[in-house]
Design a protein around this ligand. Structure first.
Ligand code: NI
Length: 183
């Protein structure tokens, strides 16, 4: 089932999300729905707050990206914790399904170490780099209540102010189902 994606301006996108337990009601179906929703909107990552749930869960599929780091990068991250971010910072133009039509350069560390559980609540501790690390950092921000527009230059943010305001009231052309804060 395709779920509506919560647009910029919805308070759930600003909450620090909570850990979940293995018996979380309907978890398997929720994850399936999130993948379906992400593919429908051509996303490469989707975090639970973006479908209205303030829980520490995000999914990724970067397998279509031409980058060594994302060759097998289709995963579910549950209760993740970034343990360390390191190495050089690099800029990349990011976008977000919750902020359609907006793109901006964001500077992030190129490597990270993360502990998380997969969809079977098996625990992993792994290192990521390149685009895989970038996608994790973006999605991890979502479960911390942070959006990529918080990480852009003040000048760029000022320039985007009206556009963001318009998105929050649904004044935006988008090819997938969204939930707007006010209309
Ligand atoms: Ni996003």
């Amino acid at each position: 089932m395709i779920l509506p994606i919560y647009a910029y301006g919805n308070p759930v996108l600003r909450k620090k999300a909570e850990n979940i337990l293995p018996d979380y009601n309907g978890l398997k179906e929720l994850i399936e729905n999130m993948f379906e929703t992400m593919y429908d909107s051509n996303g490469i990552g989707l975090a639970a707050p973006q479908i209205g749930l303030a829980i520490r869960l995000f999914i990724v599929d970067g397998t279509e990206i031409e980058d060594e780091s994302t060759a097998d990068f289709k995963k579910v991250f549950i209760n993740p914790e970034i343990l360390e971010e390191f190495d050089t910072k690099w800029e990349y133009e990011e976008g977000c399904l919750s902020i359609p039509t907006v793109r901006a350069d964001v500077s992030r560390h190129s490597k990270l170490r993360i502990r998380y559980m997969d969809e079977n609540f098996k625990e992993f501790e792994e290192e990521y780099n390149g685009m895989a690390a970038r996608i994790i950092q973006h999605e991890y921000d979502h479960i911390e209540g942070i959006l990529f527009t918080d990480r852009i230059s003040p000048l760029k943010r000022t320039m985007l102010k009206n556009k963001l305001q318009n998105i929050s009231i649904g004044r935006v052309n988008v090819g997938y189902k969204m939930k707007f804060a006010k209309k």
